[in-house]
Design a protein around this ligand. Sequence first.
Ligand code: NAD
Length: 244
Amino acid sequence: ADVIAVTGSASGIGAAVVAALRADGHEVVGVDLRDAEVCADLSTADGRRAAVDGVLALAPALDGLVVCAGLGPHVPDPLRIVEVNYRGAVEVLDGLFPALRGAAVAVSSSASTMVKWADNPIARGEEAAALAEAGEFAGHLAYSWSKNALTVAVRQRVAQWGAAGVRLNTVAPGAVDTPLLQAGLASRFGDAIRNYQAPIARRGRPVEIASLIRYLLGPEAGYIHGAQLMIDGGSDALLRPTEF
Ligand code: NAD
């Protein structure tokens, strides 16, 4: 059996990933604020270090890693969205890289394509100033910027990780029925989420995202590296048919 660490293991997509991996007979080290093998707060540098150290204490060698913990655009503090979704993912990837053989998957978002890296303030470390001026859309900008920066960070690591024999990919879900999405539906942006229809006219299910992640971690995906796989019911192709 493989040993696989999963952040955001307590809810939604992360919980579905844990269930799928355990059903395959793997050992999972979950990381979350609560209800996990390693309880740590990925919104702070200290918490991220504690998460990495806590995983390594339980599993000095890892066959797989899934960084899934994240906050939605509805969360009131937009800087916290950047801390968890971007730094909370990248610092755990980098911190556990030396212990990894096998593969890792980062859960980005279809929102990662809504900004260009050249226009992303995170690229210049200027997100705090940019968010201070962002007004009511600060949470949505923080979300898109954080996911764009995460996908770029993954793609920037392909040479180093490939040389070490560790594959690294992102999945980019569209709207998936989880507590995070439910909170968005209950926010003042709820109608925009409700009215948006993907070509496959329903929301994704956490098990469907987990199934792709399970595949990407396994040997059948042995030549997939540095890819971002959209899993969005066709929304990306609908919105950007000529860009890929
Ligand atoms: P969720 O809220 O059900 O699960 C997220 C988990 O992350 C929770 O268990 C939460 O406790 C954990 N988490 C949040 N802040 C944390 C922190 N500071 N430290 C440690 N753990 C923390 O949400 P979900 O929809 O399953 O989201 C999982 C991932 O999928 C996120 O990265 C999200 O951005 C991404 N995603 C979700 C959707 C969607 O529509 N649901 C779409 C695209 C991408």
